[in-house]
Structures are given as C-alpha cells and as structure tokens.
Write a protein that binds this ligand. Sequence first.
Ligand code: SF4
Length: 432
Amino acid sequence: MKYWIETLGCPKNHVDSEKLTGLLASDGYVPADSAESADLVVVNTCAFIESAREESIATVLDLADRRTPGARLVVTGCMAERYGDELAAALPEVDLVAGFGENLVPSTPVTIGQRRRVPDFDLLNLPRPATTTPWAYVKIAEGCDRRCGFCAIPTFRGDQKSRSTEEILTEARALVAGGVKEIVLIAQDLASWGHDRRRARLGEALEVLDDGGTQPLIDLTNALAKEVERVRLLYLYPSGLTGGLIDAIVNTGVPYFDLSLQHASRPLLRNMRRWGDSARFLDRIAAIRQQAPDAAFRSSFILGYPGETEDDQRQLLDFIEAAQLDWAGFFTFSPEDGTPAGTMAEQVPHELALERLREVSELQDAITARRRDDLVGTTQRLLIDAPGIARGVRECPEIDGVVRVNPSLAVGTLVDCVVTASHGIDLEAVPA
Ligand code: SF4
C-alpha cells in the first residue's frame, strides 16, 4: 500500500507529517511517487489564519479530484482538530477527518461523531524516518499555557505538554546517527519547555537539576549541544529569554535569537495579553549584542490588531529602526474563532493593516539587505544543505535567506567560506 502526504503550514506541521510517515511505514505503507498513484492520501492542514484555512480546503478538494478511484482521502492537522465534525460534514469527498492522535487507517469505518483516539498514541514521540537534509526540526512540546489575545492554538492544541529530556535526546541521537548536523528545536512556546513536567513532578535526571529554579530549556540546550554540531532554538517568548538561556544559546555556537515579539507598543502588547515593550526588547537585544556581537536576530509582528493606532505604528517603526534585526516576518491580523481579539471592537480595516504592513516591510527589507551586505568579506562556517546551497549560523532553514556556494561541495559537510557577494537576502561564498 502506498501513501502520499501533503503538508501545509508551519514547521511544526512538517514535523507531525514526518512522524506520520514513520507511523505509516511501521504499518507497512511505502511512499507513493505522486498523489495520483497513492492508496492513502493524507492532507495535514493548517488553521492558523483564514488564508491558510482556504489553502487547506483547496488542497483537499484538489486531491479529491486527483486521487485514483478507491484511494482513501484523510484530512488531519490543525483544521481537523479545530473543526473536526463540521469539516467532515462539509467535505463528503473525504473518507476520514482525524485529529491529532487519531488512527488514519482504522480497521473499521468511523462515522462522524464517533471519532476515536488510539490509546497511548502520542504523535510527539512517534519514530520518524531518516531525513534527507543535514538538518532536522525536533518538536519538544505541544500546546501552550499562554493565552495571547489573537491566538487560537491553546483552544485546540491544549495546554503545554513537554516531551521528556530522554525522549528528545534519543530522537536527536538517531538523527545525528543518520547524518544530521543541525537540530532546530520547535514548540509553541519554546522557552517554557519543561515547566509542565516540573509542575507535575515528573522530573528526570537532567530536570531534577532544575529544582534550584533554573529554566529547564537551559539544561536541554546544553545537553543537545554535546550531541550535535548545531542547535538552533525557534519561537522564544521574550520574557523567557533569561540570562541563563542567553548564555546557553551563545555557548552552542549558534547565536541566533528568534524572538516572538508581535509588536513593540506597550498598550497594544497588553491588549494582546503579552509581555514586554519596545524599551525592554531593545535592552535585551543590546545585552545579547554586547555578549555576542555576531548574534543574529529574527522576529515576527502582527499589523492591524484591534485598537492599533497610528501611534502604535510609529512605535513599531521606531523599534524596527532601532533594533536592526537581521530578519523579520510581518502578518496582518486575522480574527480567529474562540479568541478575545476575534470579537473586540475597534477592528482595523484590512486595507489599513496592509498599508501598515507594507510600510514596516519596506523599512525592514532595507535593514535586512544592509545587514547582509555587511557580511561580505567575512568568513562563515557553512553547512552544505543541498548542492550549491548552504547556511551559516545566521540563516535558519526554510525561513531565512541562503548562501550560494559551488555545487561540488559535499552535502552535509561544514566548510569555512568567505562571503563574496550579497543579493538581497541571499549571499554568495567560496571556500576560505
Ligand atoms: S505564546 Fe504563541 S502559541 Fe501560545 S498563545 Fe501566545 S501566540 Fe499562541
């Protein structure tokens, strides 16, 4: 039997899909060459914002047309979790809508309203197949204990559930044995990893060390750095970026700080039910730069959150100018079912949000280009991801720019290279 998985959305979803392929392989399934030749077609959906939901539905309908007659079509992922039975009723062409932890190929037909979870099935801890790239995401927790005003994730992924240190190290060791040189840690709220386990007093050897009150992620980062060449941490809530965690990140040799800031205006951040403000963020960035002058920074921001004013926009522009981040992503606000922001008065017209987005993007694009130009002439240790494509510590896979190198450099090797040119977000380099 052959399967085909189509994955939409963020890196976390891609990790879920990898785990699903591991599960299907253990059930005797092999990958198909195309959706048309598969016996089982799975769509791992994204429900993040309206456009992501539309894309998910369009993909399901497209695959329903393209699949071979008799092939089973299963919809899973965030949309299945969030709108399960509603989705099953609206899409009669789909054979099964399965939330997280549900069996995709049940031995008996499952009807709407009778969706069942497989006992002890934990997507996070499923085995995964060998990766085809020298880097891999490792998801270390699911769910989130925070309740940001715009975010529906806790309503369908639930509170944070952290994997144990041992489970994560076991997965990391298997990846390294398969040739992985860089592990990218992901979770909804990475800096809070382990707090739920500590609360539940499930601490194991490494976590017991945290009883003195340190942050579990520090020990995990240190432990992983001993196992793999590079460890990169994504999605750091700014208040979780403690001095100890900054030290741990800098000591891994990958001083890359992906800060989940969302805005810079204090009143707007409070409306979002989030911590921080421009001054605090700038202080932290300055302190990191003092400690690690080569540190790279990424963040993401929402434009057009309800109640956003021209003054808020000014504060964001000032922050972007002052912070000089290497990378930033900008998104317009999208009202989500079940979130406080979805029903707030003072919704910002979408056109205005787009205008503000264009304004900050223009500013950031120029900053990013300048920061890339500044790297010309420097020597960077590059990981060769694919023929002709490499990354230094300043570039996160799949999100940031890349470094173009000679295609003869062996994939999976680390090579010291001199940057010879910059083209927008991408660089060119030759071996030093
Ligand atoms: S920290 Fe992230 S995942 Fe958690 S509620 Fe806020 S935006 Fe959502």
